[in-house]
Structures are given as structure tokens and as C-alpha cells.
Design a protein around this ligand. Sequence first.
Ligand code: ATP
Length: 202
Amino acid sequence: MRFSKLRLNGFKSFVDPTELVIADGLTGVVGPNGCGKSNLLEALRWVMGETRAKAMRGGGMEDVIFAGTSSRPARNFAEVSLQIDNSERLAPSGFNDSDILEIVRRITRDVGSAYKSNGKDVRARDVQMLFADASTGAHSPALVRQGQIAELINAKPKARRRILEEAAGISGLYQRRHEAELKLKNTEANLLRVDDVIEQLA
Ligand code: ATP
């Protein structure tokens, strides 16, 4: 899967609809300090399902919505859309019925986030799994933010292992294992409850 276009609307400093075409080869974004280069990378991470406001350099997720300036009022929503070239059909089933995949995430004040895939409502988890299976995703080591290299050098072994797992493309499996463990715990708790009921009836 190859990213081909990123569209932003009301996301952080990108108050007006903005389109970034990601052509074949290397794409460089240059500009003066504070012009929004890091915001672009955060938009990528956000549309792939980032849930940690801190990773977006905000206190809460609504901080990604354009907050207004002295000359422009704040916006009520932010939207980021990521177009993916899926002509090789590398997306997982459920996402794999077209050559071009468009994932849209929109956040509305006091309402929260909603996701769409080619116009159809999808769950946050489905979008996160789509990118986790493709070894990209909000936590991908391919997205390197400022200060991250120093953090990596000082990271604990467990955190470093996560990065290797991500690079090896097994983080989707890791997430599924975690979900299976939670289900197992719930089932064990239910079994204990059944034992209690049987004991009371005996
Ligand atoms: P540098 O080269 O210094 O790292 P940069 O080009 O990466 O800068 P960013 O950090 O992406 O720039 O952008 C910072 C700008 O985004 C600041 O001007 C900040 O005011 C603006 N900004 C961040 N969040 C919002 C928001 N919610 N609403 C409006 N503007 C915002």
C-alpha cells in the first residue's frame, strides 16, 4: 500500500482545505520554523488512528482542531483524509475492494472522532488494524518526530522491542493477542461466577 495524497481541513494550523500529493520517490517538505511541517506528520499519524493526545502535542484530542487566530475564528471540526494506492490489493479483507482507498477521520467539538473508508463508516479499531497489519500505523517507527532519536537511545528494552516488532510487521498480531487475553480473562471471571451460582444452588 502506498500513500498517494493527504488532505487536511481545519487540522491544527491548516485551517483551509490543503492537499499534499505524495508522488513516487522522495517527498521533502521545507519551510520556516512554525509553518506546520510537524503538523503534517501528526496529521498522518492521526488519520491512522492515534489516540494519545500527547503524541499530537496537545492536552486533549480536540486540540487538533484549528484554535483560531486574531483574524480568524476557531473551527468546530478537523478532518484529515489519506488516499492510498491499493492497486496491488495489499489491504486486509474488508478494505480490499478498490484500487484507491480513502480513509477519513473527522473530529467534531463535543462529539468526538468518526472514521470512514471510501465513504462508509468504519470503527477506529478497523482503521488501526489496517495500518498495523501494513506495518505503518500511528506508532510506526517510520514516523520519526522531533526528539524521538534521543528517546530511543534512552528507551527501556521493552520499548525497543516494540519498535522491532513494528518493523517486523507483527504488531497487528500483538494487538490481536492482547484482545484474546482480555477475552480469556473475562471468560475466566464468568466461569468463577458460574461456580458461585452452582455452589449456591447445591
Ligand atoms: P519547526 O521547524 O520549528 O519544528 P514546524 O514547521 O514543524 O516548525 P509545526 O510545529 O508543525 O511547525 O507548527 C506549529 C504551528 O502550528 C504553530 O504556529 C502553532 O501555533 C500552530 N498550531 C498548532 N496547533 C494549532 C491549532 N490547534 N490551531 C491553530 N494553530 C495551531
